[in-house]
Design a protein around this ligand. Sequence first.
Ligand code: BTN
Length: 253
Amino acid sequence: MTYDGILSHLKTKNINISLYDSVSSTNTLLKEMAVNGEKDGKVVVALSQTAGRGRYDRKFYSDKGGIYLSVLFRPDTKGFDTTLLTSAAAVAVSDAIEKTSDKTTQIKWVNDILINNKKVCGILCEGGFTGNNGFVIVGIGINAYTDKNGLNNEIKDIATTVFDTPCPQLSEKLCASVVDNLFYQYQNLEKREFLNTYRKKSVVLGKTVTVIPKNASTSVAKVLEIDDNCRLLLEFENGEKRYLSTGEISIKI
Ligand code: BTN
């Protein structure tokens, strides 16, 4: 992927993008930039990361061939809903993958993108403050393709790639499409247009799942609904119904 290649596909005007060969983590780098006053809408893209991070402080494998990007948003509303943005970001990536490849995607609540039930993209939203003003960083890691060595051994059974062969030009198109879609979703977040697609692509809606809280024992529940704030309405085996928000739990289908 090259800077000019990404820009040639980008439709959104005046986006400030930096492309790096390798960084520790695009989220960490952009967070530092944000604290030092970087403006709303800054995009950082890297071809590889040495310390890519996932949710719950998990390592995110970030070898060459993937697309690792972070976008800085400075929402002007106090009660900005990060869960909504995270879910909208999932739809942004999912649409971009389907537009750029012949693959069909699914979304696993909250924000894993799957192809044939294997993970192809993870999203990590992080918040912070510059003085009194809050900011959000949306970090997106996509397994676009791998070289002949394939995906890392630790993830090869649970992860997959968008493209079957190395194709940097398609990755540039995919990267630009993700950025375009994400800006659109951010600017139209209140309209919640993405919810239809989010529900349609959900692999958990209507399914029985194992709920895995951070510090408690697991339980089994049926997913009855994804509400307008992207919370899951769960019905547990004892008949209890409860809404769950992002961050509280992970689930296994
Ligand atoms: C997850 O699957 O748990 C989320 C993974 C998020 C990975 C992306 S890659 C770009 C950005 N920089 C990071 O260190 N993490 C996010």
